[in-house]
Write a protein that binds this ligand. Structure first.
Ligand code: HEM
Length: 509
């Protein structure tokens, strides 16, 4: 019995031992997995994370040895680079400025340039006044390379370089940015602005971004090609919308893609402008518009633009000047709705101008020098709107800057937005404060229109259009945002998510 009991106890002990061994093996396995997870997986992730950066650094080292250095920074994930981080900051987190702020924290401010991999290609970001100026002004070192030149127009001024660019630029500036042309434009666009605002007041509630786009487009078509609104201009507006979407899309060209649609629309737009050009040539018709300006103006050698140059530049000027101006005007109404003190000052100045002209509704180009506060509202709006957050260039050769080398062929993204929202250059930069323009901006810190030999060719025209709108808005109307705290979308362009919906009425006496 005792033996039996002993052997049972022994058995029991034997079983528990084998169970213990079995459990021990199980525990061992379970320990191994977390160990793997905590050790090898992060190591693998780290290897993947650094592989693209290591690849480009190795390629650079093989070319240059240790004599030269790539700008500081990181190339991000394989294939995607830092595009996900860009999308995260601009689209999901809605804190676009943190994208550059994170780089400054990680790699220091240094020379104001960083290496990165964005939109499918290695690139360098320039984001300091000095670095941006260097890129803008070095025509030999940095050129233009559009992924699909055909969409923007082979003969358009943004696609050509050197002497051809200077020639086209001279002709276009004469047609749109000189005082004589701005005088005509001021007279031509105002009746439509006056009519549009009266119609908004009748509607009572508007989506400012939609309505402002409509009136800006109608005015551009009047200024550029003397066309009045019609079903055709509505169609043309849609074709331009598709063309602009295509400029931002991945160039996949088969039916159904955004890019394919953009190409088709570009052809239709070419046909419209070409048809008008031929019609004008037949009857030798001259109008007070941009198309006639481009057809008639001669360069220094007395040569006029070819038909293709006229058409490509007409299309390109609408692309450059339509959404940008409409967006800036929308932001002016938005910020003024939130800044009653600024609106009151704007009203006072514009009422005074109007009264000094015997209550005349229209302002002329010659009134502008007196509208000093209005000019500050315009600058502040453009600074904060950042409708063109970055400007694109490409390095024509290996370029040395600040002790680093920007490799030949790499795109350079001149991140102008980062200057306008940096507290080092603008106190309390996210506050709308036209009075900050009592003093000029610190040198090189205001680059909303780019800089150097390619500085925006329509900057005066854009400012004139915003000024005209501000004059008529402030002297005749009041408005309130329906959703003052609406979230802001930053892609493709900054815009309140609700389209800046607002109540709009005639100013009470
Ligand atoms: C608020 C409105 C506008 C803003 C913020 C703006 C901004 C810019 C920027 C950042 C550039 C790039 C400059 C560079 O590459 O260095 C540019 C170029 C250009 N813009 Fe504007 N723009 C505006 C309105 C207009 C208007 C109304 C027109 C004409 C109708 C226009 C025509 C052009 C042209 C033709 C270029 C190319 C200049 C060249 O390559 O020489 N822009 N603009």
């Amino acid at each position: 019995m005792c033996r039996l009991r002993t052997s049972r106890a022994c058995n029991a002990r034997g079983i528990s031992r084998s169970m213990a061994i079995a459990v021990g093996v199980g525990v061992g396995e379970w320990v191994w997995w977390p160990g793997l997870a905590l050790g090898a997986v992060p190591l693998l992730c780290l290897a993947v994370w650094h592989s693209t950066d290591a690849w480009y650094r190795a390629a650079f080292f093989l070319r240059h040895g240790g004599r030269r250095r790539l700008p500081p920074g990181h190339m991000g994930l394989p294939f995607l680079g830092e595009t996900l981080s860009f999308v995260w900051h601009f689209k999901l987190a809605r804190r676009p400025d943190d994208f550059i702020a994170a780089k400054r924290r990680a790699h220091g401010s240094g020379a104001g340039i960083y290496r990165t991999h964005l939109f499918g290609s290695p690139a360098v970001i320039a984001c300091s006044p000095a670095a941006n100026k260097f890129v803008f002004q070095s025509a030999d070192n940095f050129g233009i390379r559009w992924p699909v030149p055909e969409l923007i127009g082979h003969k358009s001024m943004v696609n050509v370089e050197g002497a051809s660019h200077a020639r086209l630029r001279g002709i276009i500036l004469t047609a749109i940015n000189r005082p004589s042309s701005l005088r005509t434009i001021a007279a031509v666009v105002q009746p439509r602005v006056v009519a549009a605002l009266a119609a908004w007041a009748d509607m009572g509630t508007i989506f400012a971004s939609t309505e402002i786009k409509k009136v800006t487009f109608a005015n551009i078509f009047r200024m550029f090609i003397s066309m009045e609104p019609s079903p055709l201009t509505e169609q043309i507006d849609q074709w331009f919308g598709s063309l602009m979407a295509g400029l931002r899309a991945f160039p996949l060209d088969f039916p159904g893609t955004t890019f394919h649609r953009a190409r088709k629309c570009r052809q239709k737009l070419n046909a419209v402008f070409r048809h008008e050009l031929e019609a004008r040539k037949k009857v030798d018709k001259k109008c007070d518009d941009l198309m006639s300006g481009l057809m008639c103006t001669e360069d220094e050698q007395g040569k006029r633009l070819s038909d293709e140059e006229v058409v490509d530049n007409m299309v390109n000027l609408v692309v450059a000047g339509y959404e940008s101006t409409a967006s800036a005007i929308m932001w002016a109404t938005y910020h003024l709705a939130k800044s009653p003190a600024a609106l009151a000052k704007l009203r006072e100045e514009n009422m005074a101008v109007s009264e000094s002209k015997g209550g005349s509704l229209m302002i002329t180009h010659d009134d502008l020098p007196r509208m000093k506060y209005t000019a500050k509202v315009v600058e502040e709006t453009i600074r904060m709107a950042n409708v063109a957050p970055m400007v694109h260039r490409v390095a024509n050769r290996d370029v040395e800057y600040g002790g680093y080398t920007i490799p030949a062929g790499w795109p350079v993204l001149v991140w102008v937005r980062s200057l306008h929202t940096d507290p080092v250059y603008y106190q309390d930069p996210l506050t709308f404060n036209p009075d900050r323009w009592d003093k000029p901006a610190k040198p090189g810190t205001y680059q909303a229109f780019g800089g150097g030999y390619r500085i925006c060719a329509g900057n005066m025209l854009a400012k004139l259009q915003i000024t005209i709108m501000l004059h008529h808005l402030s002297t005749g109307y009041e408005w309130e945002l329906l959703n003052p705290d609406a979230k802001i979308n930053y892609l493709p362009h900054p815009r309140p998510m609700d389209g800046a919906s607002m109540t709009f009425r005639k100013l009470r006496a």
